[in-house]
Write a protein that binds this ligand. Structure first.
Ligand code: AKB
Length: 315
């Protein structure tokens, strides 16, 4: 990877990925692709930035040619909860964007990272230790775009030798940029309320266990899979990826160790049905075997780090 374009660099993962890639590959070599939302000051001030709407193939192609891009991280997407409210938009943005990137990758021999998600699974999937190869019958539009996207990646690899690599992200916890419109977002909101000294009203019930991961692990996995030798990447749909699994009650109990007065109440909404259709835990042994994936953060280490950093930001 010499010249890298990150599409969606104002988003939750994009913000931190751009900064880490700039650390590793040099500020000038990582182009932050933005659309409507301005990225953080850190992203804006540390290297090149271009307007790139994933739905506009000409706009992306101009940036690819201008910088001689050889690698694209395509992160722009509508998430699960907002996707249920705007299913047509979710289909066109999530699928149209990916198709544009894969077509340019084929034309210019570009390596691609594209995120899938635990949302590719559904109510008929085994929920404990969900295998790599299993039933993929999601009941959300977001999940439908993830399954279709995985198949499209696999097709472009087999048919056109496009070097596309993908991970099925669990819920990602971070403090720098907030996610928007996901079902796992509660696990971030809860920290903000705790630090502000407010009660948290959780939109999932207390026992909704879901697979989760702290941002530094997610960034490491994303860069590791892209840096791995081509022959090590044996799965071209998307790799299962895991770190921890916890429920709202478990994360609450962890936060209360530091903030004994913190209160929570549970008022589940439409997102409960989405959470109920997803796995509780994931078998990611293929990622661990093929390209040596290892996570570093468990629930207690993550909670300590989140509270430490959010206190600095919010006080
Ligand atoms: C969401 O909740 O929609 C995302 C995801 C698990 O892909 N965080």
């Amino acid at each position: 990877m010499k010249k890298i374009l990150v599409i969606g660099s104002a988003g939750q993962i994009g913000t931190e990925l751009v900064l880490e890639l700039r650390n590793k590959y040099g500020n000038e070599n990582v182009i932050a692709g933005i659309n409507r939302t301005m990225p953080s000051d850190e992203v804006r001030n540390s290297g090149p930035m271009e307007t790139v709407n994933a739905m506009n193939i000409d706009e992306i192609e101009n940036v690819v040619k201008k910088y001689e891009i050889d690698s694209i991280f395509h992160l722009a997407s509508l998430l699960s909860a907002v996707g249920e409210q705007k299913p047509d938009l979710a289909w066109s943005v999530n699928m149209g964007g990916l198709k544009n990137i894969l077509d340019l990758a084929k034309k210019y021999n570009i390596k691609v990272f594209w995120p899938s998600s635990i949302a590719c699974f559904g109510p008929t999937t085994p929920r404990e230790n969900t295998p790599q190869k299993t039933i993929l019958e999601p009941n959300t539009m977001y999940g439908v775009t993830k399954v279709a996207g995985e198949l499209m990646c696999n097709y472009y690899f087999n048919k056109f030798d496009v070097d596309v690599r993908s991970l099925r992200y669990p819920g990602i916890i971070s403090y720098k940029t907030l996610p928007g419109g996901g079902t796992t977002d509660y696990a971030i909101d809860i920290f903000f309320k705790a630090i502000k000294g407010e009660e948290y009203v959780c939109f999932l019930n207390e026992n909704s266990t879901l697979p989760m991961m702290y941002m530094p692990d997610a960034i490491k996995a994303t860069i590791d899979i892209m840096e791995a030798d081509k022959e090590k990447i044996k799965i071209r749909t998307s790799y299962n990826l895991a770190a921890v699994s916890f429920s709202p009650n478990e994360i609450y109990n962890e936060i209360v160790k530091y903030m004994p007065d913190f209160k929570i109440k549970y008022i589940p909404d439409f997102r409960q049905k989405i959470a109920d259709s997803w796995p509780k835990s994931i078998d990611d042994s293929s990622a661990r075997q093929d390209w040596n994936w290892k996570h570093a953060f468990n629930l207690s280490k993550m909670t300590e780090d989140m509270l430490f950093n959010l206190k600095k930001i919010l006080k």
